[in-house]
Design a protein around this ligand. Sequence first.
Ligand SMILES: [Zn+2]
Length: 155
Amino acid sequence: MHCPFCRYSDSRVIDSRTSDDGLSIRRRRQCPECGRRFSTTETASLSVIKRNGSVVPFSREKIVAGVRKACQGRPVTDGDLAILAQKVEESLRSTGASQLEANDIGLAILPELRELDEVAFLRFASVYQAFENLEDFEAAIAQLRVEDAARPEKG
Ligand SMILES: [Zn+2]
């Protein structure tokens, strides 16, 4: 981390604290060259291990793109998708893991998408969980009905 005052190419961390939302780390730094202090805010890196074994940076855009397909024709806005991707990222980061399996991301998307739109949820789940026949859909719908009935604010 360059010193913003003298551009010296190194700095010493004198204090670190995690932000309240857990998404970033604020560090107090001191330049060993000019002795001045400054702060930086760093976002913890999050990467995804793809099924083929390659590692790519986590991307909210990819979540939005994946979910958007399931939301075609549904009353879901780009704003809704952006909020969903943010919630998914927060939920993944809250686990404390810095590397995630592609599978973990699908699992984190499902409950958020279900809150947003049940039809989109079923479409996404059918691809993600590889539904093979009508019985798989019926089982998922039955599960939704049971869980909806247990929620007092609906119905
Ligand atoms: Zn300096």
